[in-house]
Structures are given as structure tokens and as C-alpha cells.
Design a binder for this molecule. Structure first.
Ligand code: SF4
Length: 375
């Protein structure tokens, strides 16, 4: 079996964050649920057609100074979780603490303003986020105006400092341009400056590089890591791309249909995935290196579509697509009982009956077979 090396090592050369700096919990989510009513033709008669369980009971702790990547396909609930953290979506159940203070019911007034100073969002699409009629200065200054911070001169000084921190230098050359005068990478730097200008502690970054060219992605990820070190930032980094998560994250949580299927240190989740879903995602990750001579990597292509969140399967919600339940003869249990997260090692856990009792699973889908053998 060949070892896959972490891609783009240059990205992680920023000053390391000490382990003590990433030990204190900054944000804690407990039993978080976000359910949306499904309304169809019956809505006119006031009849509910069902419930979409977008987030279905997750517990997460994000430590100060760490990068936690939330990874999953479309419909996994990762973006909804991020929207709850930035107070754009109300949870149906569960609680949320910021540095030990319950903020579950913070939904308006001064408390929400204070919360927003501490927790900011970077959107996915810089083209949609920026108003084509607004200068870069006015876009970045907007959060300061909403918060009533400083005089116009103070705000301009903070805008220039944020643009500079985001790598738009000299900042004064960019501040009074319009978005159409900038490249895609520069626009995303403007969006990052808009998130930095309030000097937050936690940034939720929702697919911040997915709209960018590969070469620009590398620059933006490096910028985010540098900002983490220089400004003591914490990130909840939402992505569908496990290889991006591997580059940037200290820990990875893999979501599927509203639940966390696996969570652990990034290296552990990538090199020793325990959940069959995480194993399948890892197996199709592009490798930065060719396989060793005479070997090739087995890829697990999952069959079927992700079920919709209004009709979550009973038992283990992954069972209709699981390549292993039938093979190892536990399908009956998988259909009936939902597995909790079983510890697999230090801070590493997987929600699969195969990991019960802390068993270390064989790397079922990361195997490398000789080129001549059948896969
Ligand atoms: Fe597959 Fe069963 Fe594990 Fe679910 S609990 S992932 S169905 S083996």
C-alpha cells in the first residue's frame, strides 16, 4: 500500500499554532437540529407534508485557534450548520455556547450585534457577495457602519488595514475600485477583508475556494492559514472537497444526511478512515503522487443517490449505499439500529457498527492492488 502525502506542504508553513492555543473550546454545539417543514399543495389547507431533517442532532466543539473542516456532499447539512453558527438560521432544537456562554437564544438587539463582532462569515461566491455598484471600501466598511463603530476616518483606516491583511496591497489602490475591476482571487480577498474588519474570533468559511481556479485556491488557503496564526483566528471551514479539508484543517468532521459520520484529527481521518462513507470519500481523493510501480489504488464508487432529507432511512442512514454492511453480514442490524459515534482512537470516532468497541477497521477502500489483479 502506498502512502499518500499531504498535498501542497508549502501551505502549512505558516507559524504553527501551539497545542495549548488550540485546546480551549470557543464554540460548542449540543444536540443541534434544524428541521424544515415541507409544504406542497396541502399548504393551502394548512397541512404539513413532512419534515426535512437538514441537521439531525449533532454535537461539535470547536477549539480556539483550530481549523475544523465540515465535509460532506450537497444535502449533508454542513452549510445549514454554518448558517446556525452565524445566526442566519434558527435551530429547531439543541444548544449553542460561545466561550461557555449560552447563545442559543441570541437573535436580536445588542446581544446579536456583539455576537456578530465575534463570529463572521465568508461566503462561497465572491461574484454574488459583492454589490457591483458598491466600491470595495464601502463593502468592507458596511459591518463597521452597522455596528456604529468609529468616525468615517476611523472606518476608512480599518478598511485599509483589513484590505492590507487580506493581501490587497497597497490597500489604497484597491479601496475605491469596483468589483468588476478585480480578478476572482482579488474579489475573494475583498470578501475576506469584509469578514476581518470587525476583528472576529471565529470565521465560518462556506466553500471559500470552490469558485476559484486551482492556482488561486492555493493562495487563498495560505492566506487563511497565515491569518489564523497572525490574528488568533478559529475557522469552521465548510467544504465538499476532502483534499482541501486535508490541507487546511486540524480536524475533520464528515457529515452525511444531517449527522456526523466520522470526526477526528485530519491526518487520522484521511489515513485511517473508519466509516465506510469516509473511506469512500478518501478513496476517490485525487492523489498528488502516482501510485507505486506495479500498484494501483482501489476506488470505492458509491452507488445510488443520497436519499432526500425528508425521507431519511431507518437505522444507519447510510445503509442503502453502504458497500460493507451486506458483505460483512450485519445489514439487518444496520437497517434497524442507528449507530452512535464509537471512539476509534484519540479524538477519533466513527458512527458505524463496524467500529463498535473501538475496533480499528482495516482500510477497506484504501487498499492498493497489483495492477494485474481484479479490483
Ligand atoms: Fe455501513 Fe452498517 Fe456501518 Fe452503516 S453501520 S456504515 S450500514 S456497516
Amino acid at each position: 500500500m502506498t502512502e499518500t502525502t499531504k498535498p501542497a506542504p508549502a501551505l502549512v508553513t505558516s507559524a504553527p499554532v501551539s497545542s495549548s492555543a488550540i485546546s480551549a473550546p470557543l464554540l460548542r454545539l449540543a444536540g443541534l437540529e434544524v428541521h424544515f417543514p415541507v409544504r406542497g399543495a396541502g399548504a393551502l389547507l394548512g397541512r404539513n407534508k413532512g419534515v426535512v431533517r437538514a441537521v439531525d442532532g449533532i454535537d461539535l466543539k470547536i477549539r480556539r485557534g483550530e481549523v475544523l473542516a465540515l465535509v460532506g456532499e450537497s444535502g449533508s447539512g454542513k452549510t445549514t450548520t454554518g448558517r446556525v453558527v452565524v445566526k442566519l438560521t434558527r435551530p429547531t432544537a439543541g444548544s449553542m455556547e460561545l466561550e461557555g456562554v449560552d447563545v442559543t437564544d441570541v437573535w436580536g438587539g445588542r446581544a446579536l450585534k456583539t455576537y456578530r463582532r465575534r463570529v463572521q462569515l465568508i461566503f462561497q461566491d465572491p461574484y454574488e457577495t459583492l454589490n457591483p455598484r458598491q466600491t470595495i471600501h464601502d463593502f468592507v466598511a458596511e459591518p463597521l457602519e452597522v455596528q456604529g463603530i468609529g468616525t468615517r476616518e476611523d472606518r476608512t483606516a480599518r478598511v485599509l488595514a483589513a484590505l492590507d491583511a487580506a493581501g490587497l496591497r497597497p490597500a489604497a489602490d484597491f479601496a475605491f475600485r469596483f468589483p468588476h475591476e478585480l480578478s476572482g482571487g482579488q474579489r475573494q480577498r475583498v470578501v475576506i477583508a469584509g469578514a476581518l474588519v470587525l476583528d472576529p474570533e471565529l470565521i465560518v468559511a462556506d466553500e471559500p475556494v470552490s469558485m476559484l481556479d486551482v492556482s488561486i485556491r492555493t493562495e487563498i488557503l495560505k492566506l487563511m492559514l497565515d491569518l489564523r496564526s497572525g490574528r488568533d483566528l478559529t475557522y469552521l471551514f465548510i467544504t465538499h472537497d476532502l483534499s482541501v479539508a486535508w490541507v487546511i484543517a486540524d480536524r475533520i468532521a464528515v457529515m452525511y444526511l444531517g449527522k456526523i459520520m466520522e470526526i477526528g484529527p485530519a491526518e487520522e481521518v484521511i489515513r485511517r478512515p473508519g466509516h465506510p462513507y469516509a473511506q469512500a470519500l478518501v478513496s476517490v481523493m485525487p492523489s498528488p503522487e502516482p501510485p507505486a510501480a506495479g500498484a494501483r489504488q482501489r476506488r470505492e464508487i458509491l452507488e445510488g443517490e443520497t436519499p432526500d432529507a425528508a425521507h431519511i432511512p431507518t437505522g444507519c442512514r447510510f445503509h442503502p449505499r453502504c458497500p460493507w454492511a451486506a458483505r460483512v453480514g450485519i445489514m439487518d442490524r444496520c437497517r434497524k439500529e442507528e449507530p452512535p459515534l464509537f471512539p476509534m482512537g484519540e479524538e477519533h470516532a466513527a458512527a458505524c457498527w463496524l467500529a463498535e468497541g473501538g475496533k480499528v477497521l482495516a482500510p477497506l477502500t484504501r487498499a492498493v492492488a497489483p495492477a494485474s489483479s481484479e479490483v
